[in-house]
Design a binder for this molecule. Structure first.
Ligand SMILES: [Zn+2]
Length: 184
């Protein structure tokens, strides 16, 4: 997060559109159903190092993947989960946050001041920074369990992905158990 140099920036879109031409020529995913085959929704951080399908061994058509900065349960994630469950028949939710997140340890005050100075208006959303990814997953599980709009809550599990090992560690959802955060 924060200011990064854009000195070497060159837009990628043209390259990606060319890549898609090859992709479409080899395309073999015809006829997949609209509703995810595993009846699963994954809510994950947008981090570019995480390929959710690959890390979980998912096939195309298996799951909804809902992503934002941090994998935070915002109103719009709730909206997506409502569509996922009520219209497209998902019954299970997996949350994936990760180590070395851009939001981890972010001091929000300076960034908020910068935004207000640039835009002249205070954001009506929260940056949702956090100190520990394990307790942040616990927060997210709690928001899902407390949401009146989420119909199916029997299968909600949360994990932290280690960007250096590729391994998932499950988070104990009980807020009284902070030992897993201390172990990592
Ligand atoms: Zn992240």
């Amino acid at each position: 997060m924060g200011k990064q140099t854009t000195g070497t920036f060159r837009p990628s879109t043209d390259d990606l559109v060319a890549n898609n031409e090859s992709f479409a020529q080899a395309f073999a995913d015809h006829g997949l159903s609209l509703g995810p085959k595993r009846h699963l929704a994954v809510v994950a951080c947008m981090d570019s190092r995480m390929d959710i399908f690959e890390m979980l061994g998912l096939a195309h058509g298996d799951a909804h993947i809902i992503r934002n900065a941090g994998g935070v349960i915002t109103n719009d994630v709730i909206r997506s989960l409502v569509v996922s469950q009520r219209l497209l028949d998902t019954r299970e939710i997996i949350l994936i946050h990760h180590t070395n997140c851009g939001l981890e340890g972010l001091v929000e005050g300076a960034l908020l001041d910068e935004i207000v100075e640039d835009c002249g208006i205070k954001p009506w959303w929260s940056l949702e920074s956090f100190k520990d990814p394990y307790s942040d997953v616990r927060q997210s599980i709690g928001r899902i369990l407390h949401s009146p709009f989420i119909k199916y809550k029997d299968h909600v599990r949360g994990f932290v992905y280690d960007v250096e090992t590729g391994r998932l560690t499950e988070v104990d959802p009980d807020p009284r158990h902070f030992s897993d955060a201390a172990r990592h």
